[in-house]
Design a protein around this ligand. Structure first.
Ligand code: HEM
Length: 413
């Protein structure tokens, strides 16, 4: 009997092992595949195929070729470009628990700008920043700042009347003044130009140093941080950047103290954290995913950098026909009421969505209505009295800004 049992159990055992193996093999999920995208160079991936002067144009091109979610290798890591609001909502909003981190900015720690809330990883320090910002800039708080905005808009209009040729400086001054009032409870009356200059120098330095190319270079060749500015490669010099950041901080704090040392709105212990927020108005900050994920059959590996291509979404010709044309009526229904499209993509996504969006919306509205009410803004004229025709040009980086253009600003009759 035993002699029958032994081969019998052996057969059973072997069958079980084979069965388990077979189940494993047949039920193994098909190898997860990444979303489509350009193949890129075997060593550098697609890093050098991204148009550094206008990354949005490369993303748009790939979007047309590969679709709503595009994968590229970029400086040794996975980068995915999200070209539709649908996917941005699905991943960055609905799965925001794992899609709210930032890339590792530690290679540029010595540049002195990691105080910026937008660059903090998804951790308790970030939660603290966020809490402070939400308190200050949540929708119900915005009416508290209307008086401030009205004053700032009057100043803007009167400066535009006096020195229209300095319109950029006046507009920057308006934004800086509103932010200073809200964050510190105190406007800067004197020396606004100094404030605006240091603001924009710090912002330029910030945008340059956080670009992918810059980060990759500093990470790969840390010695670049010590190359003097006058040498080739000197733009990576950390001491220079830190100096500019310190100049920015001391100008802001110095002017505040001159304004009125005792009368600041906020408690001293909260100030250091909150002050940092004032330097962070920019767009298009990449998110990072903290766990492996699967989406619509695609694999999204942990650590992937995701860019919500808001520029592309907002220029979608199906949703916004002739998107480059200035056409405010595209937001009106036939009966003249507003559509429910408030272009949310402009302010980012999920838990990292811009906390200053209500403030920004309100203050931009205030500036526009004040300028429309009091000024005629028209094309500039040449010596023969003909309107100067020009092709609009842009500086694209984390945010996009038109290059200076000729225009005439005169008080309305
Ligand atoms: C028209 C004006 C503005 C636009 C278009 C804008 C847009 C953006 C965008 C796209 C982001 C990235 C969101 C993401 O990661 O998904 C962002 C982040 C941020 N914005 Fe704004 N913003 C504006 C004004 C402001 C203002 C006035 C403030 C503050 C006074 C501000 C403070 C911030 C901060 C602190 C972050 C980082 C948030 C975080 O990482 O958690 N922004 N903004």
């Amino acid at each position: 009997m035993d002699s029958y049992l032994i081969p019998g159990s052996a057969v059973l055992g072997v069958s079980l092992v084979l069965g388990v193996c077979a189940t494993r093999v047949w039920s193994k999920p098909t190898t997860p595949h990444l979303p489509p995208g350009p193949k890129g160079h075997f060593l550098f991936g697609s890093s050098f195929d991204i148009n550094a002067a206008d990354p949005g144009s490369s993303f748009a091109q790939w979007g047309r070729e590969y679709g709503e979610l595009v994968h590229v290798r970029h400086f040794g890591r996975d980068l995915m470009i999200i070209n539709s609001e649908r996917i941005a909502q699905d991943l960055l909003e609905r799965r925001s628990r794992i899609y709210s981190d930032r890339v590792d900015y530690s290679p540029i720690e010595s540049y002195g700008m990691l105080f910026n809330s937008a660059m903090i990883n998804y951790n308790d320090a970030w939660r603290f920043h966020r809490k402070m910002m939400n308190q200050l800039m949540r929708p119900v708080a915005i009416p508290n700042y209307h008086g401030v905005m009205v004053d700032a808009a009057h100043t803007l209009v009167s400066k535009l009347k006096d020195t229209p040729e300095k319109h950029w400086a006046h507009i920057d001054g308006y934004a800086a003044r509103n932010v200073m009032e809200v964050i510190f409870g105190r406007g800067i009356e004197q020396d606004q130009e100094r404030l605006v200059t240091t603001f924009s120098e710090a912002a330029t330095c910030f945008m340059e140093s956080t670009s992918d190319v810059f980060l990759a270079m500093v990470k790969t060749f840390p010695m670049l941080k010590y190359v003097p500015t006058s040498f080739p490669g000197g733009r990576f010099n950390a001491a220079e950047a830190k100096e500019r950041m310190n100049a920015f901080k001391s100008t802001v704090y110095g002017l505040l103290q001159e304004s009125n040392e005792d009368n600041l709105l906020l408690q001293q212990e909260n100030q250091d954290e909150v002050k940092n927020v004032s330097a962070t108005a920019f767009i298009g900050v990449p998110h990072c995913v903290t766990e492996d994920d699967h989406y619509e059959g695609y694999f999204i590996p942990k650590g992937t950098v995701l860019v919500g291509n808001a520029g592309g979404m907002l220029r979608d010709p199906v949703r916004y026909p002739n998107p480059e044309k200035f056409s405010p009526e595209r937001f009106l229904n036939e009966d003249g009421s507003l559509t429910d499209d408030d272009v949310p993509a402009a302010f980012g996504f999920g838990r990292r969505v811009c906390p200053g969006r209500y403030l920004a919306d309100s203050s931009v509205w205030m500036a526009i209505v004040s300028m429309l009410a009091e000024l005629d803004i028209k094309p500039a004229k040449d010596e023969e009295g003909n309107a100067i025709v020009f092709e609009p040009e842009w500086n694209h980086s984390l945010s996009s800004r038109p290059k200076p253009f000729p225009c005439s600003i005169v008080p309305r009759n």
